[in-house]
Design a protein around this ligand. Structure first.
Ligand code: GH3
Ligand code: MG
Ligand code: MG
Ligand code: MG
Length: 313
């Protein structure tokens, strides 16, 4: 007996899945024991520009959801190993999956049974048979809302990076992944040096410009699978999957070099800035959770400040 929580090693699929492109059009994860039907749904959604991932074997569902990070889950109710309701209940126990919209797609027409299945944590119910146009429409409107909500919740309006809570969630998610697949990942905390002086000397708007410039630089320099977030005012956090310590340090040093070279102008005066950073990798210590890694990165950042700023520690 294998529970959906005991997940076998799937390193080859992870890298494949991580290669998936931008998330603008939304991603739908389809779970149905009827493979042909699932493939048909996928084809219909793909032709409407929606990215899909099919899963017939429910045993590995959590692992694949955590890796694929869909924007919507379309799930059958009756399957041989676990029912859709059981799976919904398990999925809702995972912090990184708690906001995932779950839509049942089932031939069950009994309203009472539909409702009791939904009570496990699903958001909606569609009944089979469903025609192609109806499926596309139903998925599109729900996806759009799901992505809008995600954007609203996660994005920082000044920098367009993800916010404090979202970057922390990304670190937690990466911690789960790296535990499962035994791949090191790194967390970097960055804080602009003497930023108060920039505000005082050149004004708040110029300060904002510096913050935005660093955000843009971070976005440009990281890989597609990395995450950058605005942790606080002039403090940023990077979550770097599959990235051992030395690689994270090198990346951060390159970013610091590039940041130092930016030339800002305010009131006809030119100035440049630096930041300090703390890097922590999951290999360095037996961390129990992402929170501990973030604390350690914060400590390393503090050390960099104490050692004179403008450096990576
Ligand atoms: P240190 O090198 O030790 O980090 O010194 P610091 O001056 O950068 O650090 P401190 O924490 O004393 O000051 C950070 C300042 O950042 C205080 C706050 O007013 C300012 N700040 C926070 N958020 C924003 C923002 O969104 N825009 C601007 N312009 N300033 C901000
Ligand atoms: Mg079925
Ligand atoms: Mg600072
Ligand atoms: Mg600060």
């Amino acid at each position: 007996f294998v529970s959906p929580l005991d997940v076998p090693n799937m390193i080859s699929t992870i890298s494949e899945l991580l290669e998936h492109g931008t998330r603008q059009s939304g991603r739908v994860f389809i779970v149905d024991d009827d493979k042909l039907l699932a493939q048909h749904y996928a084809l219909v959604l793909n032709s409407a520009g929606i990215e899909t991932h099919i899963m017939a074997n429910t045993r590995q569902i959590i692992a694949e959801l955590v890796v694929f990070q869909p924007d919507l889950l379309l799930m059958d109710m009756y399957m041989p190993e676990y029912s859709g309701a059981e799976l919904a209940g398990v999925i809702r126990q995972y912090p990184s999956l708690k906001r995932l919209p779950i839509v049942f797609l089932s031939s069950e027409i009994n309203k009472a049974l539909q409702l009791s299945a939904m009570a496990y944590g699903a958001d909606d119910f569609l009944t089979k048979p469903i025609d192609d146009a109806q499926l596309v429409q139903a998925v599109k409107t729900r996806l759009k809302r799901s992505l809008q909500l995600k954007n609203l919740i996660e994005k920082d309006s000044l920098t367009a990076l993800i916010k404090h809570s979202a970057i922390k969630e990304a670190a937690e998610l990466e911690f789960e992944r790296s535990q499962r697949y035994d791949k090191p990942f790194s967390v970097v905390m960055l804080d602009i040096d003497h930023f108060k002086a920039i505000n005082d000397n050149y004004g708040h708007a110029t300060g904002d410009m510096v913050i935005t410039a660093l955000a843009t630089l971070l976005r440009k320099r990281i890989r597609k699978t990395d995450k950058a977030g605005r942790y606080g005012g002039e403090e940023f956090m990077l979550v770097l999957p599959n990235c051992p310590r030395q690689q994270a340090v090198t990346l951060t040093e390159h970013i610091l070099d590039a940041f130092r070279q930016l030339n800002f102008t305010a009131d006809a005066k030119h100035f440049s800035c630096t930041f300090s950073a703390g890097v922590i990798s999951s290999e360095e210590h037996e961390f129990n959770n992402a929170e501990q890694m973030i604390e350690a990165a914060d400590k390393a950042l503090y050390q960099a400040k104490r050692a004179g700023r403008n450096q990576v520690c």
